[in-house]
Write a protein that binds this ligand. Structure first.
Ligand SMILES: [Zn+2]
Length: 147
């Protein structure tokens, strides 16, 4: 997930961009607002996807593990990215009592009128103050077709 764009501020009644079918105000909204900590690696993954959709750069950096966190996000890709949807394929560990976990997901987005799929296995670690994103391995497109 390297693209980044700015969007208008969210309406709490809208369907959460993470695809959960819950309202933003009771799904990822409180996490992005800093009112709640994501309890699981998957919840952090979902809230970070929302942060990409909504342009919450500070949230993305805040939830990035200090050992791998960039100084700032690359916001210079030029073409605006339109995120179309997130699908969580698999999770391994990442529960409320685990120390680490992985989340495999597919994110669809459009840039310059062209649709893309990003399939990634992200690694997360839980510290005393919550879950953090470490890094991700992008799967080749050919391996991301199964459901
Ligand atoms: Zn959500």
């Amino acid at each position: 997930m390297m693209h980044f764009c700015h969007s208008p501020s969210p309406d709490g009644n809208m369907a959460c961009p993470c695809g959960s079918t819950r309202r933003y105000a009771v799904c990822c909204g409180p996490c992005l607002a800093g009112d709640l900590q994501p309890v699981t690696a998957e919840a952090l993954m979902r809230s970070r996807y929302c942060a990409y959709v909504l342009g919450h750069e500070d949230y993305l950096l805040r939830t990035w593990h200090p050992s791998t966190r960039p100084a700032r996000l690359d916001d210079s890709t030029g073409d605006a990215v339109r995120w179309l949807g997130l699908k969580i394929l698999r999770t391994a560990e990442g529960g409320a009592d685990d120390r680490c976990g992985t989340v495999t997901f597919v994110a669809r987005y459009k840039v310059g009128g062209q649709a893309h799929r990003l399939s990634e296995i992200s690694r997360f670690v839980r510290e005393a103050d919550g879950w953090f994103y470490i890094d991700g391995v992008i799967e080749p497109e050919s391996r991301s077709g199964r459901r």
